[in-house]
Design a protein around this ligand. Structure first.
Ligand SMILES: NC(=O)c1ccc[n+]([C@@H]2O[C@H](COP(=O)([O-])OP(=O)(O)OC[C@H]3O[C@@H](n4cnc5c(N)ncnc54)[C@H](O)[C@@H]3O)[C@@H](O)[C@H]2O)c1
Length: 344
């Protein structure tokens, strides 16, 4: 039984908590830290979100130990795995402390706001006793796992074009709106769009160069980005991410992948399943890989890594670092108005 200490009981922390409740034979949340007293006590009625468990709830935390300071939770010898769901600017400090304390560490995406912080985490992880993974849930999301499978087994031939989209109304749910401050969250590119950056990187590898355009606010925040990724192979790869839509738009993620013999499309907000289109045939909805959603699957997977004391391979911390690097390259391209070579 893996004893979990969860830090940060906001939108995504509450979601992780709910996933552990589905995995009680293997893991149990034994401690919870949040700097807000109500959240620490299980009153999540004011916690919102855009996907998954977006509704606020009040929970009886029973014997779960509340911590005000994350440093005390990390030092607790009764905890095996520290799950970090705090704002991005806190990740480096908490991750490195938890790894140094010998814990397994799962930390929310994006890994950090800059490469110095990512590299500091990787350096500590290198010699650490515990396993370490960034929670890149899209790599574990059934609709995206299906796309990875058809790309890898080439059942529809070579990929010719890929469009990844992540589209949202302006997020209003983060505590004190930290997510809207680009110095704390990295803006829409690092906070939202990084999901697709990481997925494309896992699927296609490093692009040679990137051309991006973004809408940049007076405070430097990039609320919208459209990026073309350039590869030596003849394929069109376009990613778009934005959270500048008015309230009421909600949230969508999706993709269109065009292969030699078929096109595959999915949009969460359409309510339609993944659909495969072939010329001269009726559209089909393929069976998706079994399991829960990406949030459940990533935690299920990382618990397995901790149980077997095995490094994650589906999503490695190095790749999460590279996703930050590419997000920063997109920002650079948008600011300069030029094509930027990608060095990782
Ligand atoms: N994987 C996803 O789909 C997804 C979705 C949302 C957020 N995230 C990521 O998760 C992280 C958290 O985002 P969120 O939307 O849950 O934010 P949030 O504001 O809803 O929640 C953050 C929580 O952390 C607590 N906190 C902040 N600093 C703390 C500290 N020093 N010690 C203890 N508690 C502290 C806050 O009180 C708050 O309850 C971010 O890195 C974000 O990018 C990932």
């Amino acid at each position: 039984m893996i004893r979990v200490g969860l830090i940060g009981a906001g939108f995504i922390g509450r979601n992780h908590f709910n996933q552990y409740e589905k995995l009680t034979e293997r893991a149990r949340v034994v401690a919870l830290c949040d700097k807000e007293a109500d959240r620490r006590a299980g009153d999540w009625s004011k916690v919102g979100g855009n996907l998954g468990d977006a509704q606020g709830t009040k929970r009886d935390l029973g014997s779960i130990k509340p911590y005000t300071a994350w440093q005390d939770l990390v030092a607790d010898p009764g905890i095996d795995l520290v799950d970090i769901c705090t704002p991005t600017f806190t990740h480096r400090e908490i991750v490195t402390a938890a790894l140094r304390a010998g814990k397994h560490v799962l930390c929310e995406k994006p890994m950090a706001l800059n490469l110095d912080d990512c590299d500091a985490m990787l350096a500590v992880a290198e010699g650490a006793k515990g396993q370490f993974m960034i929670a890149q849930c899209i790599r574990f999301w059934p609709e995206y796992v299906y796309l990875t499978q058809v790309f890898q087994d080439r059942r529809f031939g070579d990929l010719q074009a890929l469009q990844l989209r992540r589209q949202a109304e302006t997020p209003a749910y983060s505590l004190n709106s930290w997510v809207l401050n680009p110095e704390l969250s990295g803006g829409a590119i690092l906070d939202l769009h990084v999901h697709d950056v990481d997925y494309a990187l896992g699927l296609l590898g490093r692009p040679e160069a990137i051309t991006a355009q973004a809408c940049i606010q007076a405070n430097g925040a990039s609320d919208r980005v459209h990026a073309l990724w350039h590869y030596a192979k003849p394929q069109v790869v376009q990613l778009e991410g934005f959270w500048d839509m008015p309230a009421g738009f909600g949230f969508n993620m999706g993709y269109t992948a065009v292969f030699e013999q078929a096109a595959v499309q999915w949009d969460l907000s359409s309510g339609k399943p993944v659909t495969v289109y072939r010329r001269g045939q009726q559209p089909e909805s393929p069976e998706l890989p079994p399991g829960g959603d990406g949030y459940f699957n990533e935690i299920d997977y990382f618990l397995g890594c901790a149980e077997r004391n095995q490094r994650p391979s589906v999503s490695t911390p190095e790749e999460s670092r590279h996703a930050v690097a590419i997000g920063l390259a997109e920002k650079e391209s948008a600011h300069k108005g030029t094509r930027v070579a990608v060095q990782l």
